[in-house]
Design a protein around this ligand. Structure first.
Ligand SMILES: NC(=O)c1ccc[n+]([C@@H]2O[C@H](COP(=O)([O-])OP(=O)(O)OC[C@H]3O[C@@H](n4cnc5c(N)ncnc54)[C@H](O)[C@@H]3O)[C@@H](O)[C@H]2O)c1
Length: 461
């Protein structure tokens, strides 16, 4: 493994992003990004902002049309501005035609989904389908860059498909370049990564991918070059560790609740130790989202397939399921029973500043509450239209105040900052009984208690 620090080309000092097309190892060739989801749209618009000519392939024609008009079909802060700016710069186009898009592209970044399937193992069939098409149209010198999160060994198996199916694809290199962006901060993270990981076995291909980033970085960023399998494992190990950290602080909060100690204060001081760090030390309703759950399942599935027993990740998974029950129990503790109780829910997405509902903790928690007879009146400022499919039976309302109407308890599940600014007197006046379960610890307990609320938090005394 090699680590080197990277700023702009040349003297290694900062340089502005480009307004003129680039030359260099890409030889005037373009970049192709396949998949216009959270990762692909950010990467395509971001690479174009770097100064590269980019063509983004998306199988959904409606999405292609929207993106071509500068509309982002999901909520991601600053992405629409970036998209519009890159389109206006004339270096970003969208298409559904994969074969045409890869023609003349130096690097083809794959950013399609790798969801859980087969008992938790990652489903890489979308990648395999794309590679089958690419095997017919790529030629030596072109590079396939896997940006999707993929099981260890995926690059190797895709290379076999490429070589078996294709004529003249032996000189095509496959590189892993895992993505570490956080939804809600994806644009910032794309331009300000903590590290860029590039895995592969061709020095030239690795250097070309490094060059693609180097042209846009305005500060020094460590570039880690390694082999494919290590790059693949780095991504899973990172996400499983993050889930472990959240799982630990959630259990800490339960213990602190039991002994009357403020877990938030404990966690803040713990995080001052650089060996521990502040991030991911906030007690909450359980971890979720589009990555941690599926990546932890793949990690465990890999271990199982090798007959290796991993105690910690298994416990982290099980503890998270218990955390959902724990949140439901907190509501029940305040209300005595859930039968025929109306719960006003604030926030459904797995975190603030995203419309993404994938594996949000709100889903299992609200299912438990509904199974036990509660009626849900939910407000979320951005949750996608897939809400009815993932949470059938809940009532979606248009304002937080409507969620309070006749409710017995407010349950805060997502840390949208606007919830802190609500008129909590008005909320209370709308309710049948004044109870709050704040799973994100975003409210000031003194304030809501002043308005007569019974307030329950996650370890925040
Ligand atoms: N979302 C995140 O925060 C995040 C962060 C880091 C890594 N990742 C990883 O990146 C990958 C993509 O995640 P995402 O959240 O962007 O997924 P997504 O579901 O939002 O986007 C995938 C896109 O690819 C398109 N697509 C699927 N098959 C296609 C094909 N054959 N041709 C063209 N387009 C196709 C889909 O229509 C969709 O628009 C996953 O492996 C994920 O684990 C995601």
């Amino acid at each position: 493994m090699t680590i080197f620090s990277m700023g702009s080309e040349g003297d290694g000092k900062n340089s502005p992003r480009r307004d003129t097309p680039l030359s260099g190892p890409l030889g005037g060739k373009k970049i192709c990004v396949v998949g216009a989801g959270f990762v692909g749209t950010v990467a395509a618009a971001g690479f174009a902002k770097f100064g590269h000519e980019v063509i983004c392939v998306e199988k959904d024609p409606a999405r292609v049309a929207e993106l071509s008009r500068g509309k982002v079909p999901f909520f991601e802060r600053d992405l629409e501005e970036l998209l519009k700016s890159s389109l206006a710069g004339g270096r970003l186009t969208f298409t559904s035609n994969l074969e045409k898009a890869v023609d003349g592209s130096k690097a083809v970044f794959l950013t399609v989904g790798t969801p859980s399937a087969n008992g938790g193992r990652a489903d890489i069939s979308a990648l395999k389908d794309i590679i089958s098409v690419l095997s017919k149209c790529l030629s030596p010198g072109q590079i396939v860059v896997i940006k999707s999160t993929v099981p260890v060994g995926t690059a190797g198996s895709l290379k076999i498909i490429l070589e078996q199916n294709g004529s003249g694809t032996r000189g095509v290199e496959i590189i892993n370049n895992p993505e570490f962006l956080r939804e809600g901060n994806a644009v910032f993270d794309f331009f300000n990564p903590h590290r860029i990981v590039i895995g592969g076995d061709s020095h030239d291909a690795i250097e070309t991918v490094a060059h693609i980033y180097r042209m846009g970085m305005t500060r020094h960023v460590p570039i880690i070059t390694t082999n494919n399998e290590t790059a693949e494992m780095i991504k899973y190990a990172s996400n499983v560790y993050l889930a472990t950290k959240v799982g630990f602080v959630n259990e800490l909060a339960r213990l602190c609740d039991g002994v009357g100690v403020n877990a938030v204060e404990v966690a803040r001081v713990m995080g001052m130790d650089p060996r521990i760090g502040q991030e991911f030390l906030n007690p909450g309703p359980g971890w979720g989202g589009s990555c941690l759950p599926k990546d932890l399942m793949e990690f465990l599935g890999l271990a199982d397939s090798l007959g290796i027993s991993l105690v910690i990740p298994r416990a982290v998974h099980d503890a998270n399921q218990k955390q959902f029950d724990h949140v439901a129990q907190k509501v029940k503790d305040l209300l005595g029973t859930l039968e025929k109780k109306r719960i006003g829910v604030l926030g459904l997405t797995f975190k603030a500043d995203t419309s993404d509902l994938r594996d949000s903790p709100s889903i299992p928690i609200l299912k438990i509450l509904m199974e036990k007879g509660a009626e849900i009146m939910a407000f979320d400022p951005a949750a996608g239209d897939d809400l009815a499919a993932v949470l059938p039976g809940i009532n979606r309302v248009n304002t937080p105040y409507e969620s309070a109407d006749g409710s017995d308890c407010i349950l805060i599940l997502t840390e949208w900052s606007e919830f802190q600014l609500l008129d909590w007197k008005r909320m209370g006046d709308n309710m049948r009984t004044r109870n709050i379960v704040d799973t994100r610890n975003i409210l000031a307990p003194e304030l809501v208690k002043k308005y007569g609320f019974d307030y329950s938090s996650m370890g925040q005394i």
